[in-house]
Design a protein around this ligand. Structure first.
Ligand code: MG
Length: 347
């Protein structure tokens, strides 16, 4: 078991390892005292993990309710958010109580936002069940729902007070979801850690899983610690993501986030190398790492199509855009350029 200590506007522990889900009752007592718990989860994860978690809470005499919503990105919307808020009110939750996000990125983002809004803020615990949520979305405090105009357009920064990453839960994760998480792991390698990148490129995942997750969380912790509110260094975490969001949008969200990030990393690395922004040619190594981890390397859309989707992205404030380009594997730079220049680069 590993513990990563996060030092943001809230201080909290990310506990990573086998059977860490069973720590929930004692941690709730320790952190919050005598409280009620609302578990939020989707119908897929409910079938796998909800009963055992409820049993654990019941055994420890912690009153709990569960809000279960239909799985999928479509549930990350204002309608489900407000259903959840109404549920909390109907079940008489107070701001002293705890909301637990049990699931992947959709669950974490939706629940994190509900936790910030309900009675102006209640306690939040993240229990990620996917690799992607463990290494990325459960840590760092970004929460949001999607609007019709785009992804993550309505949200707040809201750090959790505890994150429990139970690596045993990954054994029920379908291979394509596991691969999606690996896209983010590869991203961490490119932006900050050549050694991590090499481990992942060589496919030594299973035997190093706890260490890999811990390393990714520590990198995210360091970046978020320096720039919690995403005005500078945190943008490094967007490597591959600016184009990924456009790819997801162009596909009407039929291409998953992880797959889109994989494609986005390849395109931006090629652009960076062609335009003299990289010291080393990175795209071949990135392609190798993606293929080793069953991720796609080719995007079905033309770069010009992606440009138009990017123009409407929230990251393109005031006619400029920040892009993250690899200098070499293990180090990236944030470059702020006018949108017109970005359009030229994409040609
Ligand atoms: Mg991501």
């Amino acid at each position: 078991m590993n513990i990563v200590k996060v030092n943001a506007s809230k201080k909290y522990d990310v506990i990573i390892g086998s059977k860490t889900a069973s720590l929930l009752p004692e941690k709730i007592n320790e952190l919050f005292g005598n409280v009620k718990v609302c578990i939020v989860t989707d119908d897929t994860v409910a079938g796998l993990h909800l009963d055992s978690l409820k049993n654990e809470l019941n055994r420890n005499h912690i009153i709990n309710e569960a809000f279960v919503f239909p799985h999928g990105e479509n549930s990350k919307c204002p309608e489900v958010l407000f259903e959840l808020l109404e549920f909390l009110a109907t079940k008489h939750f107070s701001r002293k109580d705890v909301i637990v996000a049990l699931g992947g990125g959709v669950t974490g983002d939706l629940t994190g936002l509900a936790a910030a809004l309900y009675m102006r803020g209640m306690h939040l615990v993240q229990m990620p069940t996917t690799l992607l949520a463990m290494v990325d979305s459960s840590v760092g405090g970004k929460t949001a729902v999607n609007l019709k105009a785009g992804k993550n357009l309505a949200g707040v920064f809201n750090q959790p007070e505890l994150v429990l990453c139970d690596t045993d839960m990954l054994s029920t994760l379908p291979a394509e979801y596991f691969a999606e998480g690996m896209a983010e792991v590869i991203k961490y390698g490119v932006i900050a850690d050549k050694e991590l990148f090499d481990v992942v490129k060589n496919g030594s995942i299973e035997e190093n899983l706890e260490a890999i997750i811990t390393r990714c969380v520590a990198i995210k912790r360091d970046v978020v610690g320096e720039d919690e509110f995403d005005t500078g260094k945190r943008q490094l975490l967007n490597f591959g993501h600016t184009l990924a969001h456009s790819i997801e949008k162009e596909s009407n969200f039929t291409i998953s986030h992880g797959n889109a990030v994989a494609m986005g990393m390849v395109i931006i690395s090629e652009i960076a190398w062609k335009n003299g922004m990289s010291v080393e040619r990175c795209q071949d190594e990135i392609v190798d790492a993606l293929l080793e981890n069953n991720l796609p390397i080719a995007c079905p859309y033309k770069n010009s199509e992606l440009y138009y989707a990017t123009e409407n992205d929230k990251k393109s404030a005031s006619g400029r855009i920040s892009i993250v380009v690899p200098e070499k594997i293990g180090s990236c730079n944030i470059i702020d350029i006018p949108l017109a220049e970005f359009r030229e680069l994409l040609k």
